[in-house]
Design a protein around this ligand. Structure first.
Ligand SMILES: *Cc1c(COP(=O)(O)O)cnc(C)c1O
Length: 446
């Protein structure tokens, strides 16, 4: 075997075996050691083996251990074994995921992953899936498809004519709209202040009784899984009204929509199947690598109209052309890794992985309450908000927990309360991990 590849693989294996016991956030000495990278651009070559040695020796101890079982910041999945390994092979293959003539295997596996995703999530089977970089780009792509659909119906081709002079689209979002939707609204030219914000309840759910009048020039953006509480908007009520009015419903379901793959949790997502587009992440709860997001669109033609271009040299055969569904042309053949994750899990494994994290979150919340701390939200899936007293005490405690190194969780402000945000999204978080974290929190708060 080629030595440098074998060496890299061995280093990767060692990292993966030890990551569970390394401090979840790197210690200061490991961060200081990164200064060894500070050098002027070298005149001379360095061997690949030496480059990888440097990266491993300096870089590995300075990584944030998100692939271990005790990282609870933001919403970060780990890496399933099949995702990690297929990603390695995929990188060696160096496939350009844009066109079928550049990657028959990439095109094939994207098409299969598309079908499996719609099946696993029980979304309209006629939908198309764009394999994008993350939920931000999925939100953008979904809004671009909506923009085409609504304006075309009004007799305006936005791709050809642009937005200046176009009929107006009314945009409705919940007051708890995620920052990435703001970015998507910026990028599609709708403007993030030119929107109607619907009030939300104590869990952050959009209040269906407070919806404005909807019509066929309206885009409604709802959420499956609030980034703080994990709460779900009342999709059934909202979608029924929107469908009757001819409005487009876009769902930001970055992590929460995976609950649809779990029989015990599917009721939380009732009505979401009535939407028109759905944004999801793979790199969160599916536990695949960065950067993996999914945009699912019920109206294949609208998505293609918004995303595809042609040129005589961009040879399109009769296979699936991945670049017709995404903003990018050249890119990683992401569908390969999504396929590998789904193939390795199967329907049952996918449901068990998501359900396991929900149960671990419940265990965590129970332990925190027993220790006398206040959990602010209803723990319906994998998200927990906990306070340790007033804002200052809570922030001090979060910092102490982070420095202890057993786990990592970040901070937020929820309806005026400063809180620690815990998101259990890793396939390999065990009950023992949770108990160890609760002990660590008790230790630093003594
Ligand atoms: C994480 C998240 C996003 C943004 O996803 P990226 O993959 O970081 O682009 C959007 N919406 C929600 C609800 C999220 O949790």
């Amino acid at each position: 075997m080629t030595n440098w590849l074998k060496d890299a693989a061995e280093r990767a294996i060692r990292y993966n075996e030890n990551v569970h016991e390394q401090p979840v956030f790197p210690r200061q000495d490991a961060l200081d050691a990164l200064n060894a990278f500070e050098e002027d651009f070298p005149d001379n070559a360095t061997s690949a083996e030496e480059v990888v040695r440097m990266l491993d020796e300096l870089g590995s101890p300075a990584t944030v251990a998100t692939t271990g079982g005790r990282y609870f910041g933001f919403v970060q999945g780990a890496l399933l074994p099949a995702a990690m390994a297929s990603n390695f092979l995929m990188n060696v293959w160096d496939q350009n995921g844009g066109l079928a003539v550049l990657t028959p295997i990439g095109s094939k596996l994207e098409a299969i992953a598309e079908r499996w995703l719609l099946d696993a999530l029980d979304l309209p089977r006629e939908s198309s899936v764009g394999f994008v970089t993350g939920a931000t780009m999925a939100n953008f792509t979904g809004l671009a498809a909506a923009r085409h659909f609504l304006l075309e119906r009004a007799g305006w081709n936005v791709e050809k004519q642009g937005l200046f002079g176009a009929p107006e689209i009314k945009v409705v979002v919940g007051d708890e709209v995620h920052a990435s939707m703001q970015q998507a609204l910026m990028m599609v030219g709708f403007g993030y202040e030119r929107v109607i914000r619907v009030p939300t309840d104590e869990q952050g759910r959009m209040r269906a009784d407070a919806l404005p009048a909807l019509d066929e020039m309206t885009l409604v953006a709802i959420q499956a899984g609030n980034v703080n509480t994990g709460a779900f908007d009342p999709a059934q009520e909202i979608c029924e009204v929107a469908n009757k009015a001819g409005a487009w419903v876009h769902v930001d379901g970055a992590f929460g929509l995976w609950a649809r793959a779990v029989p015990e949790r599917k009721h939380l997502t009732a009505g979401y199947e009535l939407a028109d587009s759905w944004a999801m992440d793979g790199h969160k709860w599916l536990n695949v690598s960065y950067d993996n997001g999914l945009l699912i669109c019920k109206h294949d033609y609208a998505l293609r109209a918004a995303m595809s271009v042609s040129a005589p040299y961009l040879l399109q055969n009769e296979e699936r052309q991945p670049f017709n569904y995404t903003p990018e042309a050249s890119r990683r053949a992401r569908g390969i890794e999504i396929w590998a994750a789904l193939k390795s899990l199967g329907r049952q494994g996918l449901a068990e992985m998501v359900e396991h994290d929900c149960q671990m979150a419940t265990r965590f919340a129970d332990g925190l309450r027993e220790a006398g701390f206040t959990v602010l939200n209803d723990v319906v899936i994998n998200q927990i908000l906990v306070t340790f007293g007033d804002a200052e005490t809570t922030l001090r405690t979060i910092k102490a927990i982070q420095e202890d190194g057993t786990m990592w969780a970040g901070q937020t402000v929820w309806q005026g309360h400063t809180a620690m945000r815990i998101s259990v999204s890793s396939w390999n978080t065990s009950a023992e991990d949770i108990d160890r974290c609760i002990e660590a929190i008790k230790r630093v708060t003594k």
